[in-house]
Structure formats: C-alpha cells, structure tokens
Design a binder for this molecule. Sequence first.
Ligand SMILES: [Zn+2]
Length: 364
Amino acid sequence: MKTDGQGAPEENSIDPDPYLSRARNVMRRPFTSLLAQGVKAFSYYTGWYPLWQQPDGPRPIILFYHKVQRRPVGTWGEEVLDLEAFKQHMAFLSREYEPIPLSELVAALQGKIPMPDRAVAITFDDGYRNNLRLAAPILRHYRVPATLFISTGLIGTNQWMWAYELEEIFHRYPLEAISASARHPLITRLCAQAMNSQVALVACVEYLKSVPHPKMLEVVCRIREQLPVELDEENQFLSWDEVRQLRSYGFEFGAHTESHPILIRQRLEDAERELVACCDTLERELGTRPKLFAYPNGDTSPAVTALVGRYFEAAVTTHPGVCSPSGNLLELPRVGAPRVVSDLAFQMERHLRQGGHALQAQAY
Ligand SMILES: [Zn+2]
C-alpha cells in the first residue's frame, strides 16, 4: 500500500473534537479533585468510612502499576509515583491487606485453595528496569509478592514505549515541528486546535490508540525520524538477566504480547502471532510457559478474550473492580494504583465495601 505520509482520504474527515475534549477532561481532573483528596486523606488517617458496609466475604483486588520513578515529578512537572510513594503503598498494603501472588488469587477464585479475607495481588505491566532497581527491594522488605506482565519485544532493547516517547517529544519540541514531521491531517489539526502541548499529546495518543498498530507505528516513526529524543533512565526496559533476577525477589511472570499492540485493533491472526511469539520467548528465557496474560491498554473483545483463553488460564484487564468466583477468569478486573496512599486506601475500601467505580490511571 502506498504510504506517502499525507494520510488516507478518510483521515481528512475524522472529527478532532472528541479527542480534544477527552484530553481536556484528563487535564482538568487534578484541579477538581482537591476536595475529594482531602476527604480521602481524612479517612486514611482516621480509618473513618462510616457510610459503607463491611464486606460479607472475601473480595480480592488486583492492583496494577507500570513505573516506579526515582524523580517525584514527571515530564510536565506533575507528581508521579516515586520511591517514597511506593514505599507508603507497600507499608499500607502489607499492614491492612494480605498480599498474595496473582497465581494464588486465581487458584483461590477457582476454588482450589481458600481465599484470604483481604487478598490483594500486585501487578506491573510492560517490564521497566525501575521495577527491579527501585520497586523490587521495597517489595522484598515488606514481603509483598508481585507479577510482571512482560512485552517481550521491548526487553533488552533501548526502545521507548511509544506513548512515553511521544510525551517526551511533545514536551521538547514545538507543536508546529511535530505537526510537520507527522505528515498526518488529523495530527496536524489536533496540534493546531489544542490549547497547549500537553492537551495535544493526550489527544494524539488517544487517536493513535484507536488506529491499527502498523498505522500508529508509521506515524510515530515519521515523528521520531525528525524529532529524536534520547531514552531516559525512567523509561528503560529490563534485560533478560534482570528479569531472571526479579525471580529472586519473589516476582512471577505473565505475558503482555510481543510488541504491545492493542489487540482489539488487530486482525485475530496477528493478535495470535503476538501471543505465541511472547509465550515462546518467555519459555525460552525463563524455562516455563506463562499461564497469566494482561491485555495491552486493558482492552479486549469477546473474540480476543476467546483467543486468549486458548493460551492462558487467566487474564487481566484495566476495568476497575473486585474479583468474584463467578466472574470471567479471562477478564479479571484490576484497579490502577493512584499515586497518593490515602487515595489508594480509599479506592480499595470503596471497592471492598461497595464494588464502586474508581478513577482510571493512565494505562499504556
Ligand atoms: Zn502495557
């Protein structure tokens, strides 16, 4: 197919407004949630959750993380989950909950072993080096087991996860330069109409997540060629030797595809190739075939779930909620861990007592 960089005709008719308004809403969230944060901090420090019922049985929760950063601020100066915040999370979870490996949580859901009353399983996605350097010693200190879902094609490379790479590019270069390098009509309109680089970034990432993986790669490659950014420490991936080191810290491993495509945008045969390649590499490097899977970006469909069921015992999404023995083991809910420990405590209590709905963490 011809790829002249000007985009297919249908790309000219895509409406940029939904992407821009979603991006503005994401940006607005921190400013409107200050009061809520105060209430959550009060509950955390006093243990006061008066309006909610105690749960009538085990309601296990799976948490997900990506990176634990050395610096407490992200690209835009925003607060991110750093070492200190992660330490507070693990101190809290080991004190108030019963952290168990995800494989045990799954076995308990299957009725093979008893489920602890306040079971929680910690998971990490993608395979960042900081999982070993920063998170693993803290997990070991608090005796908290964890599961890492690995995108095998990124391990041992100097590549970026594409969305974080775009974040760095949008922070470093003017929107006009990004627009010119992308050579894509909708990206140009999003860059022109966004109120600032951060909104443009979120809108462009949202759009690129909605297109097939090869199309996304094409656009990101064009931008990367013109506007390179050096991979920083926070975004480096593990090597295979480092993955094996994680085992000694009590980590278990699951699959997260080879190249991290959003599977619902793939042809099923391509999605299957991603699963098989990932499992083959994990088996070669770690000696066992994985039984657990995490959907990239948390997205699945009935057809993708059925495909995943042919290769795995259980799979996790990023739909927040508590796990139930009557739920689908191939679409287990997961709660995105918020940065502040009082927010985490509040979300967990709400899920336990209400099965409530939580704000989603950004998932790549
Ligand atoms: Zn991921």
